[in-house]
Design a protein around this ligand. Structure first.
Ligand SMILES: CC(C)(COP(=O)(O)OP(=O)(O)OC[C@H]1O[C@@H](n2cnc3c(N)ncnc32)[C@H](O)[C@@H]1OP(=O)(O)O)[C@@H](O)C(=O)NCCC(=O)NCCS
Length: 154
């Protein structure tokens, strides 16, 4: 079984070495950028502050991917946001992405304060669209920062 572990002083360097394929580079920020962003979270007008939590996806001791999820219990539309998901090019297509998504949704479902979860992706990212649609995410038709927004009611 894969495992999802928080980013710490001990594992962050290894997680920054994970890479997606060349043709996928514009689908996701680097893990280094995401780990930096997570130190501060973000304030969104009309929503308030989003706290961000970065994780490594592991196959045993081997880091295979990266996940970053966000919470804002006061946000009016969705209180959870799956900000980043990537699986290293060497480990794609083996179920790690789906495992990480299911782990995340289980975590959000266990929290009564999270009623809706959102995710966004480049419109041409078919793998991402199919993965999220298979879990019940529905596109709203909105484009946020050039990405299609999809939501899931828990
Ligand atoms: C998208 C991504 C996270 C999926 O992770 P993964 O471990 O490769 O995917 P999984 O093996 O868990 O597959 C899960 C589902 O994704 C979809 N999928 C994965 N690869 C796919 C491909 N090449 N084409 C179409 N659908 C694909 C399928 O729906 C698949 O379900 P299935 O196996 O039941 O058909 C991974 O491909 C990735 O890191 N891509 C580059 C970065 C990125 O796009 N991140 C998402 C940003 S929003």
């Amino acid at each position: 079984m894969p495992e999802i572990l928080p980013v710490t002083k001990d594992n962050w360097r290894a997680l920054t070495k994970l890479k997606v394929r060349e043709d996928q580079r514009n689908f996701v920020a680097t893990n280094t950028y995401s780990i930096a962003e997570a130190q501060f979270g973000d304030d969104v007008e009309g929503e308030g502050h989003w706290d961000m939590f970065p994780y490594g996806i592991y196959d045993g001791d081997t880091p295979v991917g990266f996940l970053m999820i966000a919470y804002n219990y006061n946000a009016p539309r969705f209180q959870g946001y799956i900000l980043r998901l990537m699986v290293d090019e060497k480990f794609q297509g083996k179920g790690f992405g789906k495992f990480a998504m299911n782990w995340t949704l289980e975590k959000y479902r266990a929290d009564d304060r999270v009623k809706m979860v959102a995710i966004s992706y480049e419109p041409e990212n078919e793998a991402a669209r199919q993965l999220y649609a298979s879990l019940g995410f529905v596109e709203t038709g909105e484009i946020v920062d050039e990405e299609a927004l999809a939501v899931l009611s828990l």
